[in-house]
Design a protein around this ligand. Structure first.
Ligand SMILES: [Ca+2]
Ligand SMILES: [Ca+2]
Length: 640
């Protein structure tokens, strides 16, 4: 699900994705990399390479061949023979699809590894100039700044100036997220731990690229870390001294005291929510009692406030409990992760996370840390979402749908779901749909999603099951196909309910990447993207002109975690419940609104996002005014 970027374990992934972490070069395009003698042999009868026998040249070849093949597959009109010319003159290049941009980054990393700095930088700049997804205009800062440093000779002042020139190209709002990678990686041991973790996966283009990045590009960055940090601090101080930008007015409305509203059942489909924090607003199924019996004969015992799917956990266990020790040790890291992402590396919370990262010196420790931070995410995510969804709406009655399979990391750790588990997912989804319909839950927020890239990465850990990347990718496509069908099935089962889903945090086009459920086009689904507090398009947000038409605040959004503390979290996971909250308010004012009507009102009353992006930012004030103006007299609750 889209949790990853919210959590520390995904911090690295996030930093890379947003900063250019995905790096590459040009000379690899024409002739394959000058194969050194030890590179993988061409002879197909030779033994399959192992991580132990692969040289840097062999890794470069795997990445180059894979990237070249995938570009031919996904954008046949992108003629790689023209790449050198396009790098020289980006204006002459065609628009670049997102998947092509991914492959070009891989080629840029190879070029950088091979010492072709100009080609590497040229490819990144070509993507920045011509990517169809304009959010890609800011990627690549990590690689570009390192290439600039290398090109500046040995003089420290010149190196600093070269690095600064690259960072200064970033808009102020993107500076923090784009430079966090320099805070995170502090020691060579951390990089070695990453490499050995990669070595536990199948050899593929993606894992070969990751190995190159951590073993051939990042070490020099870590060695010169002080130089990068000095520049980052200088620019940050500069920004801090400038007048603050004006916050965007999201037009939030509080319905407290409204005499023309009535209760409405709403749902949060997530990894669990702490009902104690919303005691006055929990939905209660009138046909079910807490007695260990299935009073309403729907097959679910004690499904009073929702449906829970997590092994033997009863339907009253609405919150995931990671255990007291995990909470004690890791519960405090959520805020630090968020501070880091916002570029606030010197905060005490961020420093604690950095200390934690420094201690990760082998693959096992890395895995353990990921699991612990995932557990904290699973504990906190749905409560944070619920806090946003109920904000300013005392008329909302909250149902909780806790589905363990919707998370990343715990149930399917380093593997994919089996066919039987996919059947169990579907059965749980049908149970949720039944609850929604019987209890008239009118709007459901689902801040979750399944990306094929994440799944493939997990499948590559199953080296006894899959023998090559073709098998991995075929299985991943099959799992995605089934999951997409499951979601479509639920949406069709509940035509009276509006599902508000997160677009995802991978800076991708949801249709091109087939994001689930965000890419599913049915009348009762809205996929929501994220903007920051200035109303600017978030660096991580997924998008699509047709499927993601509405955005809301999704960067450092303040809400509750299960302990009752308030913590700012970021992601389209936080933007989606903002819109679900608005839908709940509109339904409290006019229960006759259909999902289609809700979509129309929310889209039409939103404010246009600044070019070159497209979409509307939800505006509660105008949407609520319109519903109050247009509803039929009998729709309003009787005035007391
Ligand atoms: Ca029941
Ligand atoms: Ca019962």
């Amino acid at each position: 699900m889209n949790l990853r970027p919210v959590l520390s374990s995904s911090l690295v992934v996030f930093a890379l994705a947003c900063s250019s972490a995905h790096p590459v070069p040009v000379s690899t395009l024409a002739p394959p990399p000058a194969a050194d003698a030890s590179a993988a042999p061409d002879d197909a009868t030779a033994a399959a390479p192992t991580w132990g026998t692969l040289t840097v040249g062999g890794l470069c070849r795997i990445v180059t061949e894979g990237a070249t093949a995938r570009i031919r597959e996904t954008q046949p009109d992108f003629d790689l023979a023209q790449l050198p010319a396009w790098v020289r003159d980006p204006a002459s290049a065609p628009a670049i699809a997102g998947r092509t941009a991914d492959q070009l980054y891989d080629l840029a990393i190879v070029a950088a590894v091979q010492g072709h700095a100009d080609e590497a930088a040229g490819i990144v700049r070509l993507v920045r100039a011509k990517a169809r997804n304009r959010n890609l205009a800011f990627v690549g800062a990590t690689l570009l700044s390192e290439l600039a440093r290398r090109g500046a000779g040995t003089d420290e002042t010149a190196q600093g100036a070269a690095i600064e020139a690259v960072f200064r190209e970033l808009p102020r709002a993107r500076f923090g997220a784009s430079t966090v990678v320099f805070q995170l990686f502090q020691t060579q041991e951390q990089l070695a731990a990453r490499v050995s973790a990669v070595h536990e996966q199948l050899i593929s283009q993606d894992t070969a690229r990751a190995a190159l990045w951590y073993s051939e590009v990042m070490p020099e960055i870590v060695r010169n870390r002080a130089r990068f940090l000095a520049v980052i601090e200088r620019i940050r101080a500069d920004y801090a001294a400038r007048p603050a930008e004006r916050d965007y007015a999201f037009g939030t409305v509080n319905l407290a005291g409204a005499r023309d509203a009535r209760p409405v059942a709403v749902g949060v489909w997530d990894l669990g929510t702490n009902p104690a924090l919303f005691a006055q607003q929990m939905y209660r199924n009138p046909a079910e009692q807490p007695n260990g019996q299935d009073d309403d004969h729907d097959g679910l015992v004690d499904d009073i406030s929702g449906v829970v799917s997590d092994g033997d956990a009863p339907h009253t266990a609405l919150l995931f409990d990671p255990g007291a020790e995990t909470l004690r040790q890791y519960g405090g890291f959520l805020r630090g992760v968020m501070d880091l992402r916002a570029g606030m590396a010197s905060s005490p919370a961020a420093q604690r996370v950095l200390e934690l990262q420094r201690g990760v010196t082998d693959a096992a420790a890395l895995d353990a840390l990921d699991r612990n931070l995932d557990a904290i995410g699973e504990w906190s995510h749905g409560t944070h979402v619920a806090g946003i969804m109920l904000s300013g709406n005392p008329f909302a009655r909250l149902a909780v749908f806790r589905s363990v399979w919707a998370g990343e990391g715990r149930l399917y750790h380093h593997r994919g779901p089996t066919d039987a588990e996919l059947d169990a997912e579907r059965a749980n989804m049908e149970a949720v749909a039944g609850f929604i319909n019987r209890n008239h839950v009118r709007v459901v927020n689902a801040s979750l999603g399944f990306s094929i890239e994440y799944l493939e990465d997990e499948l590559r850990h199953e080296r006894d099951r899959y023998h090559n990347d073709d098998e991995v990718r075929a299985r991943a496509r099959e799992v995605q196909r089934r999951r997409k069908e499951n979601w479509r099935h639920v949406f069709e089962l509940c035509p009276e309910t509006l599902f508000v889903v997160s677009a995802g945090n991978s800076n991708e086009d949801v249709a091109e990447y087939d994001a689930i459920p965000a890419s599913i086009d049915t009348p009762n689904v809205m996929a929501i993207g994220a903007v920051d507090r200035f109303g600017q398009w978030a660096p991580f947000t997924n998008s699509n002109p047709e499927r993601v038409r509405v955005f809301d605040h999704g960067v450092e959004v303040d809400s509750l975690i299960p302990s009752g503390e308030r913590v700012p979290l970021s992601g389209t996971s936080m933007a989606s419940p903002g819109v679900a909250c608005l839908a709940g308010k509109l339904l409290a004012l006019d229960p006759s609104l259909t999902p289609q009507r809700l979509r129309t009102v929310i889209e039409e009353t939103g404010d246009a996002i600044a070019a070159p992006f497209n979409g509307r930012i939800a505006n509660e004030t105008r949407a609520i005014e319109r519903v109050r103006r247009e509803r039929r007299p009998q729709a309003a609750a009787p005035r007391r």
